[in-house]
Design a protein around this ligand. Structure first.
Ligand code: F6P
Length: 330
């Protein structure tokens, strides 16, 4: 195989997500397969600015497919938002002889890549965030593991809530999006799921659901709150003030970001990493790797970032049937 691309860099940026290591491994192995040298950039875009790198050969990515976190560390770089930071990063690429960069992360990472491409470096983004909020792709690396971690924790909570006949309010991550909370709520059999995409009607979305559950014979209740929909602590207080229950509040927090990636995350990360290198090797730039209806495709980075993603309407419809919530307003 011959190609003009001789050396590429790979970095992880933004919040870590289980499966990032599998994606790094796939990038390195796919590059070597194509005769391309691969350099790991550490600590996100800060590493590009500071020349913080590590040579990556086939062996350096042994035994990481099963590990959470990212072997390259990650960061959110304020400096990279500036033209000066981007120019310094471009100088690092020039010095190291990097023809392209694979950036693994979320929308902040992709905005950084888009700006950086103006420096004449080829860039490809690989979506990895537990939030699954990247519009153009059906899937982001880390989502499945985070959902399973949350569901496992909630199953444990359910045991104690059932024994005490209590109400539990659980806050699930997701930043401004409710995809993770909705999915987790469906899997955990929640009494109600509050998402930022739907304006909160407390009486209808919480109290009516608890009341309906009680009338159907239940004596414990599980309210899932997406972090972007409001504070679980406040929701718990409001439940207490309105109907006198004494809810226990659990904020799952960063637990959801760690742990061994599921098979789904490993396979998606491997396929996405492979596709990213293929795109760069074939001369592509400013591309975002997306999973669309089971196929791996790449689309223009700017176009991808401009799209708007709503909640999965079918999933919400099913939730409505399970909890009595109405679908209107989505
Ligand atoms: O984007 C991933 C995410 O875990 C969000 O769900 C959450 O809002 C945010 O990152 C937390 O960021 P940090 O790790 O900086 O606290």
């Amino acid at each position: 195989m011959t190609n003009a691309v001789k050396r590429i860099g790979v970095l992880t940026s933004g919040g870590d997500a289980p499966g990032m290591n599998a994606a790094i491994r796939a990038v390195v192995r796919s590059a070597i397969y194509r005769g391309i040298d691969c350099v790991g950039i550490r600590r996100g875009f800060n590493g590009l600015i500071n020349g913080d790198f590590v040579r990556l050969d086939e062996n350096s990515v042994n035994h990481i497919i099963n590990r959470g976190g990212t072997m390259l560390y990650t960061a959110r770089s304020e400096e990279f938002r500036t033209v000066d930071g981007q120019q310094r990063a471009a100088a690092t690429c020039k010095l190291l002889g990097l023809d392209g960069i694979v950036g693994i992360g979320g929308d902040g990472t992709f905005r950084g890549l888009k700006e950086f491409s103006k420096q004449g470096i080829s860039v490809v983004g690989v979506p990895a965030t537990i939030d699954n909020d990247i519009v153009c792709t059906d899937y982001t690396i880390g989502y499945d593991t985070a959902a399973n971690t949350a569901v496992e924790a909630i199953d444990r909570l359910r045991d104690t809530m059932q024994s005490h006949e209590r109400c539990s309010v659980v806050e699930v991550m997701g930043r401004n999006a409710g995809h993770l909370a909705l999915y987790v709520g469906l899997a955990a059999g929640a009494t109600s799921v509050l998402v930022p995409e739907k304006k909160l009607d407390f009486e209808h979305d919480v109290i009516d659901c608890i009341r309906g559950a009680r009338l159907s014979g239940k004596t414990h209740y599980m309210i899932i709150v997406a972090e972007g929909a409001g504070s679980a602590i406040e929701i718990g207080k409001q439940i207490h003030e309105t109907i006198g229950l004494d809810p226990r509040v659990t904020i799952l927090g960063h637990i959801q970001r760690g742990g061994t990636p599921t098979a789904r995350d490993r396979v998606m990360a491997t396929r996405m990493g492979y596709h990213a290198v293929k795109v760069l090797a074939e001369g592509g730039t400013n591309r975002l790797i997306c999973s669309q209806q089971g196929s791996m495709v790449d689309i223009d980075l700017e176009e991808g970032l401009a799209m708007k993603k709503g909640l999965n309407a079918q999933q919400y419809e099913v939730l409505q049937a399970m909890t009595g919530l109405e679908i209107e307003g989505l």
